[in-house]
Design a protein around this ligand. Sequence first.
Ligand code: PGA
Length: 219
Amino acid sequence: DAAALQGLRRGRLRIAAVTTTEYFLPDLLGPFARGYPGIRIDLAVENRDAVVARLERGDDELAVMMRPPAHLPLARWPFLDNPLVMIAPADHALASRRRLRLQDLTDEPLLVREKGSGTRAVVSEVLAERGVTWAPRMALGSNEAIKHAVRAGLGVAVLSRHTLAADPATEGLVVLPVTGFPVRRQWFLVWRQDRALSLPARTLLDDLRQRLGVRVRPG
Ligand code: PGA
């Protein structure tokens, strides 16, 4: 109807997404953005704790994250696999091994994301689950900073496979064949069930559902 059309001619859509999604979310928004040029899109890219704080305040209509918080009334839609891999510099001595155990790596400096990062939380969780003591050597505030530090030989790290090029060697990096890796996680699209979704938000969800009917995996 006319009112509905009016709602899509002009408007605003606020989305919050955790940092790793910056490698693919802008592409996913492309068709919607081109289809509805009158809708202004604000995409906030922050770590997991900051995205949760935004959801608590109701800053955004939609959010993307690995671990939706249990204390908010959220609808959640799993929409993309997020395998987490162990990376090292391409010329690392352990890179030629066919298989490694997590325990073989604990003499290497471990680089992790900043406090508040969901990726960092998963790394602590995995180490605890497997009974491995491995204190982080350094915390860095972005996935790119970690990749550069690993390439520079400062240590090894666990990052989303989505942060890496199809062939990590082109970035001077290698994915180590560690038992129990990749760690399988997924991203959810979430929204607050106690608030009505705007027409732009519903339209974007429909668009993503149609195009991602099958969940996408990284190359
Ligand atoms: P983050 O992302 O490490 O940038 O907080 C975590 C997530 O994917 O939820």
